[in-house]
Design a binder for this molecule. Structure first.
Ligand code: MCN
Length: 783
């Protein structure tokens, strides 16, 4: 079925309808909610990275003012139908130690929860938590991913033989030959420092019991209400049908709210036990300790090439920190990058191996880009190193190796759907004024200027839109990759779109209403987009992996197709013509060559009154589509960063950032620009500012926004953006995801720029973040 012929809203910068209520303080986040009879929960967390819990005495807290109950891990053990879930057991022999909502015998990271207090106010709960007496036996801890497998390293789980969680290999092409025959090889070791996702809204939950029926309702600041319902019913040992999960307004997540957390399970268990609503809101420091972290991977990368710089093989070995426990998809995160270490380049041979290790640290999991910023960083940094090794410009080496024809199957086995890498590179160079920048750089070098310029490229691609289900199944992911949408045409002419994705800042209500408006010939204002409540939208796979448009949005598009099909039958029946005699455009069926016709809105009213429908047709105009894409979607692009390094102080500033992205067909250019802006800022943050660090005893040193340096707009220039469009042939809209592209590209572009600036001193590598101290030391040592 053809779309409307004159799409009006797809591609238009319709203002975000979400913003008015949020900007005027009328949003409804979990912490804005309050229920009659509600109690507050507070947790006692381990002050040690590793300690045996000798005893827990909740007595002093239980008697404190306002306190209703206090429990240790053992006290609540019978509440659990199973441990907190890890849904991605990446190998058959992976070690998956149980992860209970409250630790019972040992705390395995600083912040591991060991006891809980429930009181009639938040303050009373927090005060009483301090009265709980825990006797600890401190144990030696291992926090550095590079030392987790050392001989004699402390065992995070002492029932396991070592801290090894799994080893996961992947190979394509003749790797041994590629390296055996190589004229040039380049080897690098990169450290992806540990990062802390900092959503503006902290996590929070409210659990409400219905003792008469055994039903429970959970409001959670989550990206994944549907995943929570499936998994938490297992943790609580209750029928899924009795659990309802609601994600109200959610203020950012960046992957950190794609998880099943101890506090969600605890609030439900305590609500069930005490028969009253239970609320918890994370404190910022608590969030730094006990919300998942990202990255923390050591990468060893080797390229094989000809002396002209044509890459013939790539070998990658990762050591990836899981942290103390496996959260929802912890083991799989490094593997999301495994498929794309070839980057935008045609490399026939590829060998990969990832070893996952336990450390006495906060568990890691998905953080914006999840595996793909790391992979892009590795290939883009190493391609620059190869350029230096063979005496070529970074632009030239990229052009020489680019994939030119699409679809293209890469050595990891996946097929890139579409792209035009030369064109995006041309455009970014033109926009940036590359030649002039190089000339300026030369001049500063010749003048011995204290402020040196660095120019860095990242010509990235990525796989997103996590699906198809059968590939996810083949790599042992515990869920499908489809998504679902329902369109319900109301009798009065407006439309409800019920979507299985769950936005937390991405503007789905706006973009999705544009899709429906275009297809059904109404205005976006006439479309109500509903999401994030399992009682209203039972089918859904939620929001992560830049999948909402490329999977959920396509389901919506297909649901509209089905609505149009049914409305066409109604129109043909009522006008008494054959369906083939009707043309459809702008929400109206028109008899060819006549002015007789019927609109979708009229068909909706007819379907509701049901007075004159074709024989056997069910009343109502409501259709559901479930879409499982045949491939991932493959955005790509070229980013260019310009940094200025003060060689006397090491201070490094981002001067310019130019990005040309190809995200296929664009639904809403303003939303896409916003996504790219945020993504770039997050990648630049990894390159220049952010790092979670632990001391030797395993104490987290970065526990607040004074010590963990999240950049603000003041540290960043205005980004210069443009786009190329190579529509994805995978889906009927030609769309690709955009939510993570900026982060995936910008870490490498920024660090390549830093290294480029420092190369004049002979510096060829630097750990992230490129802090003033690190940069200054590198220059001093090189001098
Ligand atoms: N879009 C579009 N045209 C395209 C691609 C996308 O108009 N060709 C629009 C979509 O309709 C949607 C938005 O851009 O409104 C993002 O779409 P998509 O790429 O499908 O990503 P998701 O909606 O699935 O969002 C997830 C993604 C991820 S994985 C992280 S992490 C992330 C991100 O989105 N976290 C965010 N962006 C974020 N933005 C905010 N404000 N907060 C977060 O926590």
């Amino acid at each position: 079925m053809a779309a409307t012929e004159t799409p009006t809203y797809i591609g238009a910068s319709v203002p975000r309808r979400e913003d008015r209520k949020l900007l005027t303080g009328q949003g409804s986040f979990v912490d804005n909610l309050s229920l009659p009879g509600m109690l507050w929960m507070a947790l006692v967390r381990s002050p040690y990275a590793h300690a045996r819990i000798v005893s827990v005495d909740v007595g002093p807290a239980a008697g404190a003012p306002g306190v209703v109950a206090a429990y240790s891990g053992h006290d609540l053990a019978e509440e659990w139908g199973g441990p907190l879930p890890c849904a991605w057991p990446v190998t058959e022999d992976i070690e998956m130690p149980p992860h209970w909502p409250l630790a019972q015998d040992k705390a395995r990271y600083e912040g591991d929860a060991v006891a809980v207090v429930v009181a009639d106010s938040r303050a009373a709960a927090l005060d009483a938590a301090e009265l709980i007496q825990v006797e600890w036996e401190q144990l030696p801890a291992v926090t550095d991913v590079a030392h987790a497998l050392d001989e004699g390293a402390p065992l995070v789980h002492d029932n396991l033989p070592s801290n090894k969680c799994y080893v996961w290999p992947l190979e394509g092409g003749d790797v041994a030959n590629a390296f055996g025959d190589a004229e040039v090889t380049v080897s690098r070791r990169y450290r992806q420092q540990r990062l802390i996702p900092v959503a503006i809204e902290p996590r929070g939950v409210i659990a409400q019991p219905m003792p008469a029926t055994g039903e429970l309702t959970l409001w959670s600041a989550t990206q994944v209400p549907h995943v929570l319902r499936v998994t938490l019913s297992g943790v609580l040992g209750m029928p899924e049908a009795k659990l309802r999960v609601i994600a109200p307004d959610v203020g950012g997540g960046f992957g950190s709210k794609l998880n099943v957390y101890a506090e969600e399970a605890l609030a439900l268990a305590l609500a069930r036990r005490l028969g009253r609503p239970i609320k918890w809101t994370e404190e910022r420091t608590e969030g730094f300790q006990a919300t998942i972290h990202g990255r923390d991977v050591i990468q060893e990368v080797e390229l094989a090439a000809t002396k002209e710089g044509r890459i013939t093989g790539i070998r990658v070995r990762l050591t990836a920190a899981m942290g103390a426990y496996l959260q929802l998809v912890t083991p799989g995160i490094p593997l999301l990058g495994a498929w794309i270490y070839n980057g935008a380049y045609d490399i026939p041979a590829y060998g990969f191996e990832c070893t996952g290790v336990f450390t006495n640290t906060t568990p890691t999991d998905a953080y914006r880009g999840a595996g793909r910023p790391e992979a892009t960083y590795a290939i883009e940094r190493t391609v620059d190193a190869l350029a230096r090794a063979v005496g070529k410009d970074p632009v030239e080496i990229r052009r020489l190796n680019f994939i030119k024809e699409f679809p293209h199957t890469i050595a990891s086995g996946l097929t890139i759907d579409s792209g035009n890498y030369d064109q995006t590179l041309d455009r970014v160079l033109e926009l940036a004024g590359y030649e002039a920048l190089r000339a300026e750089q030369e001049k500063r070098r010749a003048d011995g200027d204290a402020k040196q310029l660095g120019i860095g490229l990242s010509t990235y691609n990525e796989m997103c839109g996590l699906a198809p289900s059968r590939i996810l199944g083949a790599i042992r992911y515990g869920a499908g990759g489809w998504d679902a949408a329902t369109i319900r045409c109301l009798p009065t002419g407006t439309v409800q779109a019920l979507v299985g994705t769950s936005p937390h800042g991405q503007g789905h209500e706006t973009a999705f209403s544009q899709i429906v408006a275009d297809r059904l010939g109404c205005t976006p204002d006439e479309v109500e987009v509903l999401h994030g409540d399992t009682a209203i939208i039972p089918l859904g796979m939620d929001t992560y992996g830049s999948r909402s448009l490329a999977v959920g949005g396509v389901a919506l598009y297909q649901a509209a197709d089905k609505v149009i099909e049914k409305a066409r039958k109604i129109a043909a029946h009522q006008i008494e013509v054959s369906e083939d005699d009707l043309e459809y455009a702008d929400g109206r069926f028109q008899v060819k060559g006549s002015d007789q016709g019927l609109s979708v809105k009229e068909a909706a009213l007819s379907a509701w009154t049901a007075h004159n429908l074709p024989d056997g047709m069910e009343p109502g105009l409501e259709e559901t589509a479930v879409y499982d894409p045949p491939n991932f979607s493959w955005p790509g692009g070229a980013h260019l960063a310009v940094v200025e390094v003060d060689t006397e102080t090491g201070d490094t500033r981002l001067l310019r950032y130019v990005a040309v992205d190809d995200v296929g067909t664009v639904i809403n250019p303003t939303i896409v620009d916003g996504q790219v802006h945020g993504g770039i800022a997050q990648g630049v943050a990894q390159a220049l500012y952010e790092e979670a660090s632990y001391d030797d005893d395993g104490n987290l040193l970065t526990t607040n926004l004074l010590t963990y340096l999240v950049p603000s707009a003041a540290e960043l220039p205005s980004f210069e953006l443009d786009r190329e469009v190579s529509p994805s042939p995978t889906n009927p809209m030609g769309v690709k995801g955009v939510g993570e592209t900026g982060t995936i590209a910008s870490v490498a572009a920024t660090m390549n720029a830093v290294i480029d600036a420092l190369s004049t001193f002979g510096v060829t590598d630097l750990d992230m973040p490129a802090s003033p101290e690190r940069v200054w030391r590198a220059i001093e040592e090189a001098r």
